[in-house]
Design a protein. Structure first.
Length: 196
């Protein structure tokens, strides 16, 4: 791959990673915000992904965002949303990533890179969120989960803004979070006694 082409793609790849990571916290919010910004002309998405800014899609994304954000504040519903989110959030991340990687000349390559970059980038914050939620539920019997959910809303909005304004910094943040999670997982695995 030509070095100048890679440098040209870096902002788009950073944006793709940042938007996908936001989907790891809230599946529908980044789709809604990306659609609104695309429709207003502030974010360029590929022609194949123009539906993201359509009125029908924005209505669906808006309703789904409200359901997800309100439901996430209800202790029994938040667990069901997280279970569904294990599949939905990486899919939303892949869609968002592919939609902003459209400048890659080969459409199939853009989709493949979108999936390869978007799904794991969404899984990283989703895994961190799930681990933290489990801890919060254990320590507070779920009573703190609505407050944690509000914090997640704020982080998702902040990460979205960071992805739009400083895409490479958002990508670095996601990579750092992934490294921390991998290290903690390895440390936990090595600390667990192995059966004889």
């Amino acid at each position: 791959m030509n070095e100048s082409v890679l440098l040209e793609w870096l902002p788009s790849i950073g944006l793709a990673i940042g938007l996908a990571a936001c989907a790891g916290l809230r599946a529908w919010l980044p789709l809604l915000l990306t659609g609104v910004l695309a429709r207003a002309g502030y974010v360029e998405i590929g022609p194949s992904f123009a539906f993201i800014g359509s009125t029908k899609a924005l209505v669906v994304f808006g309703v789904a965002t409200l359901i997800e954000m309100i439901g996430d504040k209800i202790p029994s519903v938040d667990h069901a949303l997280d279970a569904i989110g294990t599949v939905l959030r990486p899919a939303a991340g892949a869609l968002l990533a592919a939609s902003v990687l459209w400048k890659i000349e080969e459409p199939l390559l853009a989709v493949a890179i979108g999936v390869a970059v978007g799904a794991p980038s969404a899984l990283v914050p989703h895994a961190a969120k799930s681990a933290f939620r489990m801890l919060s539920t254990t320590l507070t019997a779920g009573l703190a989960n609505p407050i944690v959910s509000l914090l997640e809303d704020a982080i998702a909005l902040g990460l979205f803004a960071l992805a739009i304004l400083l895409p490479l910094l958002a990508a670095i943040f996601v990579a750092f979070l992934a490294a921390v999670l991998v290290r903690r997982s390895r440390d936990r695995h090595t600390a667990t006694p192995q059966p004889a």
